[in-house]
Design a protein around this ligand. Structure first.
Ligand code: BTN
Length: 271
């Protein structure tokens, strides 16, 4: 099933997100394309969509597996005009928008894991990579890159993520038309982005917290060689995770990979 470009363009004409669409059958990374377009002055709401990526980028210098004609690979250019410290709020809002969209296909099964992984049945179904272009202290633009595994079969996942990743078709037990999914995703993203601009982070944060099972639980957050363990306690205004450590201090963690632990001691004792 191909993405129906005409249908997409008709539905998104005049909308905040998706009023300008660059569709590429194949590209290196839609984030790189969107970043280039943003630097050339493309307006807010311009999106790049690819059929496949040859150099899809994930967080922390990882690759994002991007096989052809199965999934969604898209990057959205946004110009929020707010302080750079708020930039991660856009990724958080994108996670909420994706989760809400996937809920329509798999009700009550979608969860968020800090910083912005979307999970179904504990397996990763979507990753988000935001990149910011600065001018002085202000944001020039943000590229919100979203990869959703839609119609990928179990055997298509590379060995290293075989047990930890999933797709919407696996979870919903049917093929999912990507065109409608993209339209819903942009609509939900517009809604949460508008909320951020008009009212600030409050409602976005609350929605994120309601979809995240990790708050109140023991977690380990690893960033390169360093690991912080403690209880996940909330989200800071800069999108960081508040972790209460053993000495009852709260540490705000701004980057890393989080794992929910059965007990904090599990991590320390290696069980
Ligand atoms: C992660 O590591 O979880 C983030 C993955 C982000 C993947 C998407 S796919 C569309 C966009 N283009 C990229 O190169 N990366 C993002």
């Amino acid at each position: 099933m191909h993405i129906k470009l005409n249908h997409l363009r008709q539905n998104l004409a005049g909308r905040l997100i998706g009023h300008r669409i660059y569709y590429l059958q194949q590209t290196g990374s839609t984030n790189d394309d969107a970043f280039r377009l943003g630097s050339q002055g493309e307006p807010e709401g311009t999106v790049v969509i690819a059929g496949t990526q040859t150099a899809g980028k994930g967080r922390m210098s990882r690759a994002w597996h991007s096989p052809p004609q199965a999934n969604i690979y898209t990057s959205i250019i946004l110009r929020p005009g707010f302080d750079v410290r708020r930039a991660p709020q856009i990724s958080i809002a994108a996670g909420v928008a994706v989760a809400e969209t996937l809920e329509q296909y798999c009700p009550d099964k979608v969860q968020l894991k800090w910083p912005n992984d979307v999970l179904i049945a504990g397996r990763k179904i979507c990753g988000i990579l935001s990149q910011v272009k600065m001018s002085a202290d202000a944001i020039d633009f943000v590229v919100a890159g979203i990869g959703v595994n839609v119609n990928m079969d179990k055997e298509q996942f590379p060995a290293d993520i075989h047990e930890t990743a999933t797709s919407l078709s696996i979870e919903a037990s049917r093929r999912i038309p990507r065109t409608d999914l993209i339209i819903r995703l942009y609509e939900n993203m517009s809604k949460w982005y508008r909320e951020l601009l008009a009212e600030g982070f409050g409602a976005v944060r609350d929605k994120w917290l309601s979809l995240s099972p990790m708050i109140g639980l023991p977690v380990a957050v690893r960033f390169h060689d360093e690991t912080i363990t403690g209880t996940a306690a909330g989200l800071g205004d800069d999108g960081s995770l508040a972790v209460v450590t053993g000495d009852n201090k709260t540490t705000m963690v701004s980057a890393g990979d989080a794992t929910i632990l059965k007990k904090v001691e599990d991590y320390a004792s290696g069980h």
